[in-house]
Each structure stands twice: as structure tokens, then as C-alpha cells.
Ligand binder design. Structure first.
Ligand code: SF4
Ligand code: SF4
Length: 522
């Protein structure tokens, strides 16, 4: 027998609340991929992207082949990371390992450059210059050339396997792989003399690491650019997450101006005849068809949007056909968009009313805000630009003033001094002279201070003296053993200077050395 009595719940208030992760609403962390077949876009942004693609790919593939005459003692490749001799050559600039701070400065500049571009024009880097975007564009060019534009590719994809489908798919993947190999190949040319390495690659005499690097880069280019495409931007790249912190209400982003586009209608005339409000969007989906990320910008700002602006081109084309002003989808700031939305919705109290932003003749009312270039030059952007330029100028000044002669001295510690039979005291030093120009030169080594003391350099001469001329090899470090002897009875001194000087190049380096004597070792 059931003795359970239902409780009286009339005093228990039911709270209207919905858990944010309600089981019925949960989405899988990784949604299965839906294939995207971007349609070819045409317009000013597409043309600009073609130019950026040609310039960036041209630089990447051709830069290692540019020659730069540095004389007989240095490589003649304009851009070279010479791992063997630990040098970085960039046209007339040569960077030694101890000058790595230049590279650090360039990395800081790259970071500020990214902040600058993002705060000024949103994710322009992602949309135009990111290697992933550029290579995906290139792979899409190949795909379109072999399989056709969107409709033909969709048809081919849905069709059963046939000889023709196999031929097209094979050809496409072979060309993609060839692009991958060329990409990996170009990369290794930055690390060795390109013409020599190319020959050794084809004759099978290149080092194993060269083949392994080409194989790794070829496969990653093929997989990321050909197979994964938009998935890399959505799931792998951290930049979409970081950039949110850099945008503000005055950053330019690709925006669907629903204040003039809604209510969208495929049958605008009919809807208007029925007295319904009609916006400029004819719901043709041209903007979605060209999107390489497969999204609908009309749904608002989305992390997936790389701001490539191809949807702007597509929509501008539609507006041209309809005889309406361009810019239904446009680069816009959040502040101008919000101001126009406020106008169109009467401060957010109604749905979008296109009539509220238009005059009788269809033109926009004067209160509608349009893009003004002044927002790009706001304090935050100017701050980033100033820091970027300041770092660049500091690097250039430092580069132009840097010494190309360096002197390092190691004082012998064992023994710290030698007391000779005549009462004089001898200290030993190892001098390392760095000649950082790609030409041999003679440098004069002199002692300053420690009056009465003399140097002897057994490698050069049996004589003692206070000045020697040393041959410094091109782009190399020269090590010398130097013995300094102080006669008995001369006054002790705290230290003295080794100075090397190349009067021809006006380079000079000085090192303050200590001199050890009995009872006063340092
Ligand atoms: S929504 Fe427009 S700007 Fe954004 S990725 Fe797609 S086409 Fe490019
Ligand atoms: S291309 Fe323009 S008109 Fe066509 S659906 Fe997109 S926003 Fe609307």
C-alpha cells in the first residue's frame, strides 16, 4: 500500500530560470564539418586581395633568389639565415648572434603592427595577408580552374565516382601537393645558398634535414590550405579570440547594415504593395555564397568572420543591379552602426523601419551616419603607430651607429700571475677580436695605462711592445694569447685598457682589464 502523501507545494515559488548549459541545448564541442564551396567573387576588395596574394607569394617564393654582392668573403644571397656561421644576412645588414636584440625588436614591431592594424581596420591581417588566407586563396584558384565554380563543384561533389570525377580530383590534389612542395622548398632556400641547394635537392645530395623539412612543410601546407581551410581559422588559430580585446566601438569591421537592409524580402515589390516595410536586402544569399568561411554576415559579428570583405563585393554587385546605393554590407564602426540602428528602430522601441532613415526619394536622411576616416586616426591607433615607428627608428639608428669591431678579454685565473726571476710580474690574457665586416682588415692593439708594462704576443712576435698590428680575418673572430709584464719596482695600478682600432673603418673597441700582483689579486 502506498503511504506516500504528496506535499503541498503552494508555498514554493517557481523561479523562471534556465541553466546556461541545459542538456537539451548543449552543442558538441566540435560540430561535424559542412563542406563549403565558395563562389568566385568580383569587385574592388577581390582585386585588392589578388594583388596582396601576388605580392606576398611573390616575395615568399622569389626572395631567396635575390643576389646581393658582399664581396668574396660573404655569401651573395640577399636574405639568408646562415646557420653554419650563425649569421643573418638581410641585404646590406648582417646580424651576429650577440645582436639578436634586433630580431627581438622586429618581433615587438610585428606585435605592435598587429595591434595597430586590428584596432584601426579590424582583422585585416586575417582577411588579406595571413599565410593561411593567402594559401587557401591559391588552393581555391586551382580548385576552380579544375572543377569549376561553386555550382559545378557542388555537382561534382554530389555525383557518384566516375573516371571524370577521379581525373579532376587526382589532378587537383597533385597540383595542391606540388604547391605544398614548392612552399616547403622555398622555405629551406632561406637557410642555404638557393641555387646550390636546388641542384643538390634534385641530385639527391642535399642533407637529410632539407628533405625532411620540405616533406613536413609540404604536408602541412597541403593539409591546412587544401583540406582543412576555414577549420584552421575557426578551431586552431588563437587570433580570433585575442583580437576581440583589441577592437572597440570605433574599429572598422565588416558589417551588415540591417538598419537599411531589413525587412529583407525576396519579393520586395509584392511586400511593399501589401504595405509591409521593405529594406534593401533582397535575400539573394550572394553574400553567403562567396564567403570562404561559409557564414552569413547578416547574423551579426561572428568569430569566424575573417573580414575578407568578399561579401561586400557580392552585395555591392547586387545593389548595382538593383540601382541602389552600395554599402548594405560595408566596413563600418560599431558606433556608427548603433547610431543608425537607433534611428531606424526609434531608439530600439520598434523593429527596423526603413522609412525612418530615408527621404521620400529613397535617399538617406541627413542624420544617417556614414564612415569618416577620422575614426581610424583616434588616440589609441596613433599610440600604437607612434610606438611602432619609434621602435623602427631606434633599430635603424642603432644599426647605423653600431661598431663592427668587438673585443672580449679573458684573464688567466690559473695561475693568476707569474713572478719571474728578475722580479717582474706577468699576467696572461686571451683576447678575442671580432671583425664583423666581410673583409679582412688590420687592427692596431695598444695598451693604455699600467706605465712601464709591455705586451708580448707569441703568435706574432718574440719582441715585447705596447702596440701590435693584428690581421683580423673577414667576418670572423681572431683569438690571441697576450702576456703583459710589469717590471719590478713599477707602481701597481688598478687596471689598464686594451684598445683595438681600425683607423680605416674608424672602428674602435676598448676593454678594461685587471692586472694581478702578489697580495693584490682581483
Ligand atoms: S562574412 Fe564576409 S568578410 Fe566575413 S569571412 Fe565571410 S565573406 Fe569574408
Ligand atoms: S548579398 Fe546583399 S542583398 Fe543579397 S542577401 Fe546578402 S545582404 Fe542581402
Amino acid at each position: 500500500m502506498n503511504t506516500h502523501t504528496a506535499p503541498d507545494t503552494s508555498d514554493v515559488e517557481r523561479v523562471a530560470v534556465e541553466p546556461v548549459n541545459a542538456k537539451r541545448n548543449r552543442q558538441p564541442l566540435y560540430a561535424p564539418r559542412r563542406k563549403i564551396f565558395p563562389k568566385r567573387a568580383e569587385g574592388r576588395f577581390r582585386r585588392f586581395k589578388w594583388i596582396v596574394m601576388l605580392v606576398t607569394l611573390g616575395i615568399y617564393y622569389l626572395a631567396p633568389w635575390i643576389r646581393w654582392d658582399r664581396g668574396p668573403y660573404a655569401p651573395d644571397q640577399a636574405i639568408l639565415v646562415d646557420l653554419a656561421s650563425r649569421r643573418f644576412f638581410f641585404f646590406f645588414i648582417e646580424i651576429w648572434p650577440q645582436e639578436f636584440y634586433y630580431v627581438a625588436g622586429l618581433l615587438v614591431m610585428a606585435g605592435f603592427g598587429l595591434f595597430l592594424v586590428t584596432s584601426a581596420v579590424g582583422r585585416a591581417w586575417c582577411g588579406y595577408a595571413c599565410p593561411q588566407t593567402v594559401w587557401v586563396d591559391l588552393f581555391l584558384v586551382v580548385e576552380r580552374a579544375i572543377e569549376g565554380d561553386r555550382n559545378a563543384r557542388m555537382k561534382l561533389d554530389a555525383s557518384p565516382w566516375s573516371a571524370e570525377k577521379l581525373r579532376k580530383r587526382l589532378l587537383k590534389h597533385i597540383v595542391w601537393l606540388m604547391i605544398g612542395v614548392a612552399t616547403g622548398g622555398a622555405w629551406i632556400f632561406y637557410f642555404s645558398d638557393a641555387p646550390t641547394l636546388l641542384v643538390s635537392l634534385f641530385t639527391g645530395t642535399a642533407p637529410a634535414v632539407a628533405y625532411v623539412t620540405v616533406a613536413i612543410l609540404a604536408s602541412t601546407t597541403y593539409v591546412l590550405g587544401g583540406l582543412m581551410r576555414e577549420q584552421v581559422c575557426t578551431y586552431m588559430c588563437p587570433w580570433p579570440r585575442i583580437q576581440g580585446a583589441m577592437l572597440d566601438e570605433n574599429s572598422l569591421v565588416v558589417t551588415y547594415n540591417d538598419w537599411r537592409g531589413e525587412q529583407r524580402s525576396r519579393h520586395a515589390k509584392k511586400a511593399q504593395a501589401q504595405g509591409q516595410p521593405v529594406g534593401d536586402c533582397v535575400d539573394c544569399n550572394a553574400c553567403v555564397a562567396v564567403c570562404p568561411m561559409g557564414i552569413d554576415i547578416r547574423d551579426g559579428q561572428q568569430m569566424e568572420c575573417i573580414t575578407c570583405a568578399l561579401c561586400i563585393d557580392a552585395c555591392d554587385g547586387v545593389m548595382d543591379k538593383l540601382g541602389k546605393p552600395r554599402g548594405l554590407i560595408a566596413y563600418a564602426t560599431l558606433s556608427e552602426y548603433s547610431a543608425n540602428m537607433t534611428l531606424a528602430t526609434d531608439g530600439g522601441t520598434t523593429a527596423v523601419q526603413p522609412a525612418r532613415v530615408r527621404n521620400e526619394d529613397g535617399s538617406f536622411i541627413a542624420a544617417v551616419r556614414h564612415f569618416n576616416w577620422r575614426v581610424v586616426f583616434r588616440p589609441r591607433v596613433l599610440f600604437y603607430a607612434t610606438v611602432w615607428v619609434a621602435i623602427g627608428i631606434a633599430i635603424l639608428i642603432h644599426l647605423s651607429l653600431r661598431e663592427r669591431l668587438e673585443l672580449n678579454v679573458v684573464h688567466d685565473r690559473n695561475p693568476q700571475y707569474v713572478l719571474e726571476s728578475n722580479g717582474s710580474i706577468r699576467n696572461g690574457y686571451t683576447l678575442r677580436i671580432l671583425n664583423m665586416v666581410p673583409a679582412p682588415r688590420q687592427v692596431t692593439l695598444t695598451m693604455q695605462g699600467l706605465d712601464g708594462a709591455t705586451m708580448r704576443i707569441p703568435e706574432l712576435s718574440k719582441d715585447d711592445g705596447r702596440q701590435f698590428v693584428i690581421d683580423a680575418g673577414p667576418d670572423a673572430a681572431t683569438s690571441l694569447k697576450v702576456f703583459v709584464t710589469r717590471s719590478a719596482g713599477t707602481a701597481a695600478a688598478d687596471g689598464f685598457l686594451f684598445m683595438i682600432e681600425d683607423s680605416e673603418h674608424k672602428d674602435r673597441a676598448i676593454y678594461k682589464a685587471a692586472f694581478n700582483s702578489p697580495g693584490e689579486t682581483k
